[in-house]
Design a protein around this ligand. Structure first.
Ligand SMILES: [Zn+2]
Length: 192
């Protein structure tokens, strides 16, 4: 890359970083994004969902994949299993959650404080939170390019995980809405 190109890229990234920082700061929650939304839960160690096919317990296990440790999750009742072998156990827990939406409720997620919201309000709130976390992740990514550090890397890993959990929350909210609409469409059961 020529020096001109390089400085243009640097300028571009710095400008982008500035815009993101402004956006985050202009928001009332900007500077306190982590405690507000992440809570005290460990985003790399979330409880495994039950299997939504047989209600069985699931388990995340490590296996040796040609000398490398990889993780996958399966149901001990019906052997339903995640498709991908993951480098990190929490990613397998995430995969498993994504394929067992019916045994999860967005209100029970240890993040995002959605407990008291109906699905319509939760969708609005979560769209906003997801946008902010994505901005935060971008901002950390750019910062880490300029001054890489262990601390930034750790923050970046947390933000990246939180983006995925935010995507899951959105899926769960959509699923809750679908289930409610389905129930509405079912003929009423005659009483008596
Ligand atoms: Zn099962």
């Amino acid at each position: 890359m020529s020096d001109d190109r390089k400085s243009m890229t640097t300028e571009y990234l710095l400008e982008k970083q500035k815009n993101i920082a402004t956006k985050l700061e202009s928001d009332e929650h900007g500077t306190t994004l982590e405690p507000m939304y992440y809570g005290n839960a460990d985003c790399f160690n979330i409880k495994l969902a039950r299997c939504d096919t047989c209600q069985g317990d699931a388990r995340t296990v490590a296996m040796d994949d040609r000398g490398k440790i990889r993780w996958f999750t399966y149901c001990m009742g019906c052997n339903k299993a995640t498709m991908n072998n993951r480098k990190q156990s929490w990613l397998s827990i995430f995969d498993w959650a994504s394929m067992n939406l019916n045994s999860l409720d967005y209100k029970d997620l240890p993040f995002f404080k959605l407990k008291n919201l109906n699905h319509e309000d939760a969708k609005i709130e979560m769209t906003d939170i997801k946008n902010k976390i994505e901005l935060k992740r971008k901002s950390l990514g750019i910062k880490n390019k300029f001054e890489p550090s262990r601390c930034l890397e750790k923050q970046l890993a947390v933000a990246t995980a939180m983006v995925l959990w935010a995507c899951l929350a959105m899926k769960l909210i959509r699923n809750a809405a679908r289930n409610i609409n389905r129930r509405k469409d079912e003929p009423a059961i005659k009483q008596g």
